[in-house]
Design a protein around this ligand. Structure first.
Ligand SMILES: Cc1cc2nc3c(=O)[nH]c(=O)nc-3n(C[C@H](O)[C@H](O)[C@H](O)COP(=O)(O)O)c2cc1C
Length: 229
């Protein structure tokens, strides 16, 4: 029997787990190939499949999802086992409760295309440097929780002047509202709202009551981003 242990890994844990599984299957006399899913040649030639992916943002990696979507007809006729590598062991209460819900959700998109024999969720190694800062913040929030970031608006020339001449801001790189929105969305935040503020200096403080109507105008000295995890 020819078995494929196919994996998609971002930082190596899923690869190591796949290699371990492949070695164990080999030691039981099965002719086993261990391969990155993106590099599998002729997937139809296997008799059984063990497929796994690292979990990012509660989903398999895109290349693993693409493999299942593309080869579902070949896979459907043969025995398939799935494994997901996340970080349930690293979670603290109450997030541990959510980890219990995760296994079914991770492979829910495959259930109508594939009847797999079993699905296992295991923990890999996650290091702080693997998670971009915004991703780390999202992990700390409850689903639907809010993140609010205040930032100087680089589109406002007075703000740029103040930052360029302030010793505290040496080497500071200002992010535009558009860039921050894109980064928040890339980190998995939804419903990102950018609102501009601080339009009027103290001398015009009487006009500040109109600021709420101006939040769409990208000229305020500052802006804030509101995003939902
Ligand atoms: C950007 C990013 C997002 C992640 N999102 C999740 C997640 O939603 N759920 C989870 O259990 N683990 C999550 N993790 C943890 C990884 O799944 C874990 O580090 C795993 O070991 C990755 O496997 P790899 O080393 O093969 O890439 C995330 C990791 C990264 C870098």
């Amino acid at each position: 029997m020819k078995v494929l242990v196919g994996y998609a890994s971002a930082h190596g844990s899923t690869r190591e787990i796949a290699e371990h599984l492949g070695a164990r299957l080999g030691s039981h006399g099965l002719d086993t190939d261990v391969s990155e899913l993106a590099r599998v040649v002729d997937p139809g030639r296997y008799d059984a499949y063990v497929l796994g992916s690292a979990v990012h943002d509660q989903r398999w990696l895109p290349e693993a999802r693409a493999f299942v979507a593309e080869h579902a007809p070949e896979l459907a006729a043969k025995p398939v086992w799935l494994f997901s590598v996340g970080m349930p062991a690293a979670l603290r209460f109450p997030l541990t409760l959510l980890a219990g819900l995760q296994p079914a959700a991770l492979v829910a998109e495959f259930t109508d295309r594939l009847s797999f024999r079993d699905h296992l969720v295991v923990s890999g190694v996650v290091r702080d440097e693997h998670l971009p800062l915004l991703g780390q913040l999202r992990q700390l929030l409850r689903p639907g929780g809010w993140l609010v970031i205040f930032e100087h608006n680089p589109l406002n020339p007075l703000t740029r002047f103040a930052v360029n001449t302030c010793p505290f801001d040496e080497n500071a790189v200002l992010l535009s509202g558009r860039t921050l929105r894109r980064r928040l969305q890339a980190a998995g935040f939804g419903d990102v709202e950018i609102a501009y503020t601080a339009f009027f200096p103290r001398a015009l403080a009487a006009l500040r009551r109109f600021e709420r109507a101006l939040t769409w105008m990208p000229v305020g000295a500052q802006y804030y981003a509101i995003a939902h995890a």
